[in-house]
Design a protein around this ligand. Structure first.
Ligand SMILES: C[C@H](O)[C@H](O)[C@H]1CNC2=NC(N)=NC(=O)C2=N1
Length: 106
């Protein structure tokens, strides 16, 4: 596995976690109550736009070996990010969240 901190799967230090979580929350991500995971709902114009977004995220997920949990209905996409291998949030989740937000500009 890469040593690049952006793609590390290990749990984060307390300081880095707080910093990245705060920034993600400012962009609309929410910490789940019953699980160490973040979630966000994305809304698109229609299914085609939602699917285009999911396609781009899918390629990134393969590149990072890190896959979102998601639920799509027409133009809505509910995303949950968590690292199964460490049963909680890692740098990879925040890297994925930042990538998704960079695609929507939100
Ligand atoms: C072997 C492979 O890299 C692992 O199973 C990856 C695949 N995608 C993954 N995705 C997520 N969200 N968490 C993981 O721990 C994870 N592990």
């Amino acid at each position: 596995m890469s040593d690049d901190p952006a793609t590390k799967k290990a749990k984060l230090s307390h300081e880095e976690r707080l910093d990245r979580l705060t920034k993600a929350q400012e962009r609309g991500w929410k910490l789940q109550k019953d699980r160490d995971a973040i979630e966000k709902s994305f809304n698109f114009k229609d299914f085609s736009e939602a699917w285009a977004f999911m396609s781009r995220v899918a390629l990134k997920a393969e590149e990072l070996c890190h896959h979102p949990e998601w639920f799509n209905v027409y133009n809505r996409l509910d995303v949950t990010l968590s690292t199964h291998d460490v049963s909680g949030l890692s740098a990879k989740d925040f890297t994925m969240a930042e990538f998704m937000d960079s695609l929507t500009g939100k």
